[in-house]
Design a protein around this ligand. Structure first.
Ligand SMILES: Cc1cc2nc3c(=O)[nH]c(=O)nc-3n(C[C@H](O)[C@H](O)[C@H](O)COP(=O)(O)O)c2cc1C
Ligand SMILES: Nc1ncnc2c1ncn2[C@@H]1O[C@H](COP(=O)(O)OP(=O)(O)OP(=O)(O)O)[C@@H](O)[C@H]1O
Length: 307
């Protein structure tokens, strides 16, 4: 696992000298991001410097577009995934208001502080600095004097289109978990603490662990999914409903209800990770409880047999 270094007052900027940096937010740490990170590893290997994932502590959209944010990961998960991607270090820039208001030139000056990397890898459409005014052109102007080689890459593609976090968010919103997982290169998941539900699931014959997913992480469209749930390091098959149950419309907050197969015990207050694999069906507004119970039992049986 790579070192995680915060680029604050205590950070030694000489760390950048001779390095190969891949620069971006990297929400999802998807296959396109992994391609860019592997390019940084490649030039680091050739030049003998360190390979670095250079990123921000928070997603800048949390500051600029909080209302439409549907992140693929929390910031902590994103930084951890970057640290496990094969690079030598993750350098985390604090995304303060002041920092974000700086011009592209100020941004580069403050970030590298006179110790520019040997290679800087970005996608050709990469933008940075105040109002995202900095492009590969500004980077290249700065890089010449700084002695950095800017490597602006074509975006890695799948099925004829670039792999981007935006594309993956759209797929998730349309319930296409299989395609989203393919582009992510890993299963989409959410992590949360189990909260008290209404306890009705027990009466219906299937207990459910209710997870509250913050709205900014609700990228997955409403529906029923085949999933794996991880509790205390153990994996369980799970049938999971995402979204508000239309039968119980007064409940507006439950965003993820997981029935773990063959699990006995109390989950309240425990952290669980739910990894989504198959879309089974949309949410249904059932006329009767019997219909709801029969359909959910059918979903549970499918998960038991097919996962
Ligand atoms: C696999 C699964 C599928 C579900 N599908 C639906 C559905 O289509 N429509 C609906 O209104 N509720 C659906 N539910 C929600 C149940 O109605 C809910 O789990 C039940 O009310 C128990 O809630 P409680 O745990 O808060 O007591 C589903 C739940 C699970 C676990
Ligand atoms: N498919 C890809 N192939 C190569 N590089 C990529 C790809 N997608 C993004 N990048 C680059 O990776 C870095 C991080 O990108 P960024 O976090 O903006 O990801 P993104 O997937 O394009 O997100 P969004 O869709 O939200 O804009 C940037 O330098 C970006 O240009």
């Amino acid at each position: 696992m790579a070192e995680i270094l915060k680029c604050d007052e205590t950070f030694d900027h000489t760390y950048f000298s001779g390095s190969s940096c891949a620069f971006g937010v990297f929400d999802g740490v998807h296959c396109g991001h992994r391609y860019l990170l592997s390019c940084a590893q490649q030039t680091a290997c050739e030049s003998g410097g360190a390979s670095i994932a250079l990123t921000f502590d928070i997603d800048p959209d949390e500051v600029f577009h909080p209302e439409r944010l549907k992140k693929l990961m929390t910031n902590e998960e994103r930084i951890k995934a970057l640290s496990e991607s094969g690079v030598d270090a993750v350098v985390v820039l604090p995304f303060t208001k002041r920092f974000s208001a700086s011009t592209p030139e100020e941004f580069l000056l403050n970030t590298f502080n006179g110790h520019a990397p040997s290679y800087l890898h970005v996608g050709f459409d990469f933008r940075f600095g105040a109002r995202a005014k900095g492009t590969v052109r500004e980077l290249s102007n700065w890089a010449e004097a700084a002695g950095t080689e800017v490597c602006a890459h074509d975006l890695a593609s799948a099925d004829g289109a670039p792999i981007t976090a935006t594309r993956i968010r759209l797929l998730l919103g349309e319930n296409d978990i299989a395609e989203a997982n393919k582009l992510l290169g890993h299963p989409y998941y959410v992590v949360g603490t189990v909260e008290q539900g209404r306890g009705e699931g027990k009466e219906f014959g299937f207990r459910t662990a209710n997870l509250k997913v913050p709205s900014q992480l609700q990228a997955l469209g409403a529906g029923v999914y085949g999933a794996y749930a991880y509790v205390n390091g153990r994996r369980y098959k799970a049938a999971v409903s995402v979204g508000v149950s239309p039968v119980f419309e007064d409940r507006t907050d439950a965003t993820c209800e997981a029935h773990l197969l063959d699990f006995e015990g109390d989950l309240y207050g425990k952290p669980i990770k739910v990894e989504f694999h198959h879309f089974l069906r949309p949410m249904i507004k059932f006329e009767t409880l019997d219909e709801l119970i029969a359909t959910v039992n059918g979903n549970i049986a499918w998960v038991r047999e097919n996962m």
